[in-house]
Write a protein that binds this ligand. Structure first.
Ligand code: SF4
Length: 339
């Protein structure tokens, strides 16, 4: 334990941007503990604050506590646990227990680098049935080699004291004993300390989303050497698996632009000729049948009244554009291929 010359200890906070980690931080700041925030991002994160023009919880750390939040990315090794989690999945493709262990191991490395004394999270006992029951919290602490050094300020009074509490470096009596899903106490505290006016949920995790999980499983099944950024494209467009190819159709201008940014070198880019319509990306094994099907889908989602029309396509690495006569695919024919 390395207290500084003022006798202060330093904690690394796993900061999601949501209410729980904010209040956990508040409890420690009230004890005058040094905090460095650590926020992990990945292509599986959803943050809709930008769309809603709402305040992002992460901004509050600087504003209210003068705390620096360091951003880190989950890397390709994260995919090992998405594909094969030691402690299993939650409802969909979310390997929550393994995910917490992964993050905490990285946080431990970071704590070592900056000479911090402990790590804390905004976890609440029994808030999530599968990953935050008492046994799960113990597993996470043990597997991340943080026994005695992982504090959960919101539920601390219901859990074994950490070394910091035992040594009196953190006052356990000022921590909480919250259990369950209600956020009433957290909201009251946040309001009392003028941190926010309303409860906000920050973002979310796409691995818990049924439809995203289906697309992610399909991606895993068809690709051996995946990188974590390969999952980015699953956030945009309508996805179809047709034979060994993947067809992705933008749903609006924003998605069309995103698809064009994310596409890979060998992908085919397609659009309807002379009419407004989607950008279509085709990946995987592409033959004439795949091209024809993708062209029919592209017409189906374009502003085009007739059944037959022309689409333009080119491979990503070529400027040469080709034309293809196509016929709209009707829903009864494309439905089985929707992911
Ligand atoms: S919901 Fe997603 S980010 Fe959160 S612990 Fe589970 S897998 Fe990790």
């Amino acid at each position: 334990m390395k207290e500084d010359k003022n006798g202060q200890i330093t904690g690394i906070g796993l900061i999601s941007g949501g209410l729980d980690s904010l209040v956990a931080t508040l409890l420690l700041k009230l004890q005058n503990i040094n905090i460095i925030g650590l926020n992990f991002k990945s292509p599986f994160c959803v943050c809709d604050k930008a769309y809603k023009n709402a305040e992002c919880g992460l901004n509050l750390y600087k504003e209210k506590f003068n705390i620096e939040v360091i951003h880190k990315q989950k890397e390709d090794d994260y995919l090992d646990i998405v594909k094969n989690p030691k402690f299993g999945y939650g409802k969909n493709l979310n390997p929550c227990i393994d995910c917490r262990i992964y993050i905490l191991k990285k946080a431990k490395e970071f704590a070592k680098e900056v000479g911090a004394d402990f790590i804390y999270t905004g976890e609440v006992l029994d808030q999530r049935p599968k990953s935050q029951h008492k046994q799960a919290l113990k597993i996470v602490e043990k597997e991340s080699n943080l026994e005695g050094l992982l504090l959960r300020p919101l539920s601390a009074k219901l859990l074994k004291p950490t070394i910091l509490e035992e040594k009196g470096l953190i006052d356990r009596s000022q921590l909480l004993g919250i259990k369950g899903r209600s956020r009433k106490i957290q909201v009251e505290l946040a309001k009392k300390h003028n941190l926010l006016n309303e409860y906000f949920a920050c973002g979310g995790c796409l691995l818990t989303d049924k439809s995203f999980a289906l697309k992610a499983k399909d991606l895993i099944n068809y690709n051996k050497n995946l990188k974590i950024n390969d999952f980015r494209i699953l956030k945009y467009g309508r996805h179809f698996r047709y034979k060994n190819a993947k067809i992705i159709i933008g749903r609006n201008e924003l998605e069309n632009n995103m698809l064009l940014q994310i596409k890979k070198v060998n992908d085919i880019i397609m659009s309807a000729k002379n009419v407004k319509g989607p950008t279509t990306i085709i990946q995987g094994k592409i033959d004439d049948d795949v091209l024809e099907f993708a062209a029919g889908l592209t017409l189906r989602y374009a502003d085009f009244m007739e059944m037959n029309g022309i689409v333009l396509y080119r491979s990503n690495n070529s400027e040469e554009e080709r034309e293809l006569n196509a016929t709209k695919v009707l829903e009864e024919f494309y439905k089985p291929y929707i992911l």
